[in-house]
Design a protein around this ligand. Structure first.
Ligand code: TXA
Ligand code: MG
Length: 308
């Protein structure tokens, strides 16, 4: 879709990274690869820049953003780290773990970043391109997945452009994402208890289900391909776009060898293909509910739930 911006594609070499950092400094929106999915970055300390993220995505203002930091020092300026949080960060950062923590009173963050909550979600990413951009910015980066709100997350630059061309300033092209599903989100409570809010590449145990939806990514319908999705399909109807796994091959196969890691990396690409295909329905082969398969099934269930 073409909107009011000309979206520039910038190659992620040294010059391109410097250019992307300049666009961000000026309050612009840049899609940047991370090791999970592509993020739509803006400076997290600017009300205007953060407002532009919500506008470009069509994201409801009650859905807070993840703030990406370059290191632990920057993270400590934004949130209160107790013992458990410090331990989690030292084990998994840089990497695909987002930690929800009490926001510091004097944190230099736009209010809209945490959508009125007293907490902030922080992640220190591992992708070399995202890290290089963060290193050149003296502010943290708010970055949700770089897709229109509610739609499938992007794992390639082409996916980003299909969703946001003309709505953002630039796309930093650093190749496809490795993990393929979004970061694990864990909230550290005041008493040190951990609640898993979103399963992801880092296994943290069962999804907590105290009935409170704090992360709208937990909403029943999300990652929607815009057509009906049938899960655990063991046979294919003629009008199905089949997403296969293991012995069950399809129009698009998540992993012929039955590797869950490969399946996670290909999940959104297959859903994008299914969304684009001429077939009116998507069917998905059964995926084992173990390891990163838990995150895959979590995303598939939401993709299969029709919007209200
Ligand atoms: O892998 C990822 O996490 C990617 C990359 C770009 O870092 N980002 C991503 O962002 O998936 P997004 O906006 O698509 O999902 C962030 C989730 C949302 O479900 C949001 O509601 C939740 O994080 N979240 C953000 N701040 C929160 C907070 N303070 N408390 C609870 N949930 C929060
Ligand atoms: Mg998202």
């Amino acid at each position: 879709m073409v909107g009011k911006y000309v979206t520039e594609t910038i190659l992620a070499d040294a010059e391109g990274i410097a250019r992307a950092a300049q666009v961000l400094r000026d309050g612009g929106l840049v899609a940047v690869p991370t090791e999970t999915v592509h993020g739509l970055a803006a400076r997290a300390d600017s009300d205007e820049a953060v407002a532009r993220i919500y506008e470009a995505k069509g994201r409801p203002s009650f859905n807070p953003l993840i703030v990406h930091v370059r290191d632990m020092d920057q993270a400590r300026e934004l949130a209160e780290f107790g013992e458990e949080a410090t331990q989690l960060a030292s084990e998994h950062w840089p990497g695909p773990l987002t930690i929800v923590l009490p926001r510091r009173g004097k944190a230099a963050l736009a209010d809209a970043v945490s959508a009125g909550l007293a907490t902030v979600a922080l992640r220190c990413p591992a992708h070399p391109v995202m890290r290089a951009v963060l290193a050149q910015c003296d502010f943290p980066l708010a970055a949700p997945s770089a897709n229109r709100s509610g739609f499938i997350s992007p794992t390639t630059t082409a996916h980003v452009l299909a969703s946001l061309d003309g709505r953002i300033d630039a796309v930093l092209d650093g190749g496809p994402c490795e993990a393929g599903v979004e970061s694990t989100i864990v909230a550290v409570r005041d008493d040190g208890r951990l609640d898993v809010l979103r399963p992801g590449p880092i296994e943290m145990g069962a999804l907590s289900s105290d009935g409170n939806i704090e992360a709208p990514g937990q909403l029943a319908s999300h990652y929607a391909p815009g057509k009906p999705v049938r899960l655990n399909a063991t046979e294919v109807a003629p009008d199905d776009f089949m997403i296969g796994f293991g012995a069950m091959s399809g129009d698009c196969t998540l992993s012929a060898s039955g590797s869950l890691k490969e399946a996670a990396a290909r999940l959104y690409a297959c859903l994008h293909e299914g969304a684009r295909s001429g077939k009116p329905r998507i069917a998905v082969a059964p995926i084992p509910d173990e390891g990163i398969g838990i995150a895959i099934n979590d995303r598939l269930r939401r993709a299969a739930t029709p919007p209200d």
